[in-house]
Design a protein around this ligand. Structure first.
Ligand code: F6R
Length: 352
């Protein structure tokens, strides 16, 4: 049941600390300063990684591809529905990773079958034991988030991000004490966000907006996309996410005093450039909500702050996303939407 929550989605948002602890269990090795994923012990270091996924899982894949690239491995995230082996170089060193919570998404399964057919090594990163994705690939890594009932992916996205961060470390051998310690701190940090988020009052203030925009840079850009997807899916309101640098190449034309801008601003990377983007938006009269790990620095540039604890700079978006989930939930709740079963959507999409 919903254990006292009004919706499965809210319950699952609050389950994230526990889900993440399960995902982490036994994998980060603080004494060795390494990450080990037992079921992948015999997977060699790939020369290249292709991620194939849809929707929220695609956003996790964008995040993951960047982590691999930073560790010197060529990596690309593909929308599974667009993955076409005719146009892609796959050699024997390429690892094709299907990121799929359900393990049953038709487009992702098709992409994995394509990869299998040309002899690539395939890996499923999934939540469901025995799912089609796990049966049809060479290797499987479980995210161990527990069952997710709400159609909107929440705890599974958080666990995918953490699982893929660990994967990038385990397969490349690139790790540090800070990386391991920061991973292990994430569940408690998410708990502290859940314990005193101001998301509900901010949602209340902006519930009658024309549209909602989300911006971030580098590791924050995929989470800006995810923030918008969640908002449109459950509130049925217009929402878009952008890499912040794209604002002035078009989207800025949509910005008005009725379009709040949610900006992911870490005090530890790209801070000045993000503050510059905030100024561009404010000059057009739009309200700005900064999601930040540095409220003292960022706070006076924004109308509101949703703060998150400090972490390894690569993990800032994992924490920031929790605030965005809550904002979407409370906007949709206030509008009386069918949050756990939004119109026209299904939990797993088994047709192409
Ligand atoms: C959004 C959402 C969908 C799924 C997508 C892929 O909240 O849930 O975008 O992420 O349908 O599903 P999986 O991960 O099961 O392949």
């Amino acid at each position: 049941g919903k254990s006292g929550y009004d919706h499965y989605m809210l319950k699952e948002i609050y389950e994230q600390p526990r889900a993440m602890r399960e995902c982490l269990r036994g994998r980060p090795r603080p004494f060795e300063e390494s990450v080990s994923i037992e079921e992948l012990d015999d997977v060699p270091r790939p020369t290249e990684v292709h991620f194939v996924a849809c929707g929220t899982s695609y956003h996790a894949s964008l995040y993951a591809a960047r982590l691999f690239r930073e560790r010197g491995v060529r990596a690309t995230a593909f929308l599974a529905s667009e993955y076409n082996v005719d146009t892609l170089p796959i050699d024997m060193g390429t690892l094709v990773v299907g990121v799929t919570q359900s393990g049953e998404t038709a487009d992702t399964l098709r992409a994995l079958r394509t990869a299998n057919s040309v002899g690539a090594t395939t890996l499923a990163v999934t939540n469901v034991v025995g799912s089609s994705a796990s049966r049809e690939t060479d290797h499987t890594m479980y995210i161990r988030a527990g069952p997710e009932i709400g159609v909107a992916a929440t705890k599974t996205f958080a666990s995918q991000q953490v699982a893929l961060a660990m994967l990038s470390s385990a397969l490349t051998g690139d790790c540090s004490r800070e990386f391991v310690e920061s991973l292990r701190a994430l569940p408690d940090q998410i708990q502290s966000i859940l314990d005193d988020s101001r998301a509900e009052e901010i949602a209340e203030e902006y519930v009658h907006s024309d549209a909602y925009f989300f911006i971030g840079r580098d590791y924050g850009a995929p989470v800006a996309l995810e923030g918008a997807l969640k908002m449109k899916e459950i509130s049925y309101k217009h929402a878009e996410g952008f890499a912040a640098g794209e604002l002035k190449h078009g989207p800025l034309a949509l910005v008005t005093e009725k379009t709040p801008m949610f900006a992911l601003v870490s005090g530890r990377s790209n801070t000045e450039r993000m503050l510059g983007n905030i100024k561009e938006v404010e000059a057009r009269g739009a309200p700005v909500v900064a999601v930040t790990d540095d409220p003292d620095l960022v706070g006076h540039h924004a109308d509101h702050v949703l703060s998150v604890p400090e972490t390894h700079w690569r993990f800032f978006p994992i924490l920031a996303n929790v605030q965005l989930q809550l904002v979407s939930y409370w906007v949709a709740n206030r509008l009386g939407r069918s949050i756990d079963k939004p119109r026209n959507l299904a939990k797993s999409v088994t047709v192409e």
